[in-house]
Design a protein around this ligand. Structure first.
Ligand code: AMP
Ligand code: ZN
Length: 481
């Protein structure tokens, strides 16, 4: 089996071959932890989780050379815990605490919430989750190297990367030079030699998080965002690795700048062999934003929908396409997952149950998840069909193993229904409306002295567990305990 992945850098789909088959290495830019993660942030988490699962499977199958099995895949997803947005949030939320303490509170809380959220969406923990603040030493080393080699310079206690020192700059984003310059000119610091130069290190204001600065700068400072990922990927994956991922919004400037820093520091022809970017997600046809009031957090969605429904809904669109996230889509996804749980019930899988080969092949074609779901629909259809006995069981096993491969149908049906927040809510509201209507119908029947009908309704309600009490003021009801 061959895995093909689309590479943003070369704009082509290529057969994936790891640099070291014993150790497949993937880095994905993770969240900046200052607020609840929104459903857009869930997209890279889910997409690269599917890729992680697929890479582990292929490694275990010995597709590359037998290697070390599934432990041969190292998936690194960082946590950005130093950032202006974090500082601002901390000052706003805990005005009475010293800033550093407030920052710790914000990042710890947000980090915990993020992990709960993505776990509920069926995402496996990455192999390593490095935090920026624990890699300051590596960042300083990289920065000093870049300055020594004239790829960066010190200016007024800042260190800046000199974009003109790298002829290959903008190969990933293919931005025309004049566009980049125009963009950079919006806010040019006077100490920049060129408006496009970007910050590697900057001085901290009093009270802000601060570390000893590199390059002999006396004032304590903090890193720029881009250098964080160059340092963490270097530390955990080396100078060159296989896959670098993130959302399409990160191509420029974040990934372009990561490439500039890492390649210039290590004198390498590439930073990663495959650059993968998920498309953007919008909500009900509009860009998600706080001001439009359509900012949807994963946490809120989980209060209404099971994590698997959210995950399924995400996988219905190919990762490179934009997604329009709608309630309608979620309702459709819910129907499918409900139905699929009916089909497989509480079936436990044997260790030898394998995913369907067509599902795997489809996934190997640049993570074609909509294709795999179409295939699962087809198998579900076969299961409902005339197949009997062993064939039925075989189909169900293959179906369940394939769904689990995608991180779906991982619970028992009972646990799924139990943890189905929306169903519970709907059941409650339907019950109320229905019961009230029946009680009213019975009152009308009684008034018309149609006792056969009123008894029938009383029995129907009793079967639903509803006990009636007739008083002189009318009929009340309660659920029998
Ligand atoms: P951030 O915390 O904003 O740095 O984002 C974390 C990850 O979520 C990055 O990989 C972003 O590219 C991705 N991301 C943010 N917003 C969206 C969105 N609306 N659609 C898809 N991906 C997004
Ligand atoms: Zn990054």
């Amino acid at each position: 089996m061959e895995l093909k992945l689309y590479d943003t850098l070369t704009r082509e789909k290529r057969v994936f071959a790891p640099i070291d088959p014993q150790r497949v290495r993937m880095y994905v830019c993770g969240p900046t932890v200052y607020d609840f993660a929104h459903i857009g942030n869930a997209r890279p988490a889910i997409v690269f989780d599917v890729l992680f699962r697929l890479l582990r499977h292929l490694a275990k199958q010995g597709v590359w050379d037998g290697g070390k099995g599934e432990t041969a895949v190292t998936y690194v997803r960082n946590i950005t815990d130093v950032d202006d947005k974090i500082n601002a949030r901390a000052a706003e939320e805990y005005p009475d605490l010293p800033l550093n303490e407030a920052i710790r509170k914000v990042t710890e809380k947000t980090d915990r919430q993020f992990h709960e959220d993505v776990a509920a969406l069926g995402c496996l923990p990455p192999t390593v989750e490095p935090r920026a603040t624990e890699h300051i030493a590596e960042m300083r080393m990289l920065i000093e190297r870049l300055v020594e080699e004239s790829h960066a310079y010190v200016a007024e206690d800042n260190v800046l990367f000199s974009v003109s020192s790298m002829p290959d700059y903008s190969k990933l984003s293919k931005r025309p030079l004049d566009e980049m310059i125009a963009g950079a000119r919006v806010d040019v610091a006077p100490y920049k030699r060129d408006p496009m130069d970007f910050v590697l290190w900057k001085p901290s204001k009093p009270g802000e998080p601060a570390w000893p600065s590199p390059c002999g700068i006396a004032a304590p400072g903090r890193p720029g965002w881009h250098i964080e990922c160059s340092a963490m990927s270097w530390k955990h994956l080396g100078e060159i690795f296989d896959i670098h991922g993130g959302g399409i919004d990160l191509v420029f400037p974040h990934h372009e700048n990561e490439i500039a820093q890492s390649r210039c520091a290590f004198h390498t022809p590439v930073m990663a062999n495959y650059w993968m970017h998920n498309g953007f997600l919008q909500v009900e046809g509009e860009k998600m934003s706080k001001s439009l009031g359509n900012f949807v957090t994963i946490h809120e969605l989980l209060a209404d929908w099971p994590g698997e429904v959210i995950r399924f809904n995400m996988l219905r669109t190919h990762y490179r396409q934009p997604i329009d996230w709608t309630t309608r889509g979620l309702e459709e996804s819910e129907k499918t997952i409900d139905h699929w749980y009916e089909i497989v019930g509480d079936m436990a899988l044997h260790a030898d149950a394998h995913p369907d080969p067509v599902v795997l092949q489809t996934l190997c074609d640049d993570l074609n998840t909509p294709g795999t779901l179409t295939r699962l629909h087809a198998i579900a259809g076969e299961i409902r069909g005339p197949a009997s006995g062993l064939r039925q069981i075989e189909l169900k096993r293959r179906f369940k193993a394939s769904a689990e491969f995608l991180g779906l149908l991982e619970a028992t049906r009972g646990a799924y229904l139990e943890g189905h927040p929306r169903r519970k809510r709907i059941d409650r509201t339907i019950d109320h409306t229905r019961i009230n209507a029946l009680v009213e119908a019975r009152t009308i029947a009684r008034a018309a002295k149609n006792f056969a009908e009123s008894d029938r309704i009383r029995n129907e309600l009793a079967a639903m567990g509803v006990v009636l009490k007739d008083t002189k003021d009318g009929t009340t009801w309660e659920i029998a305990r």
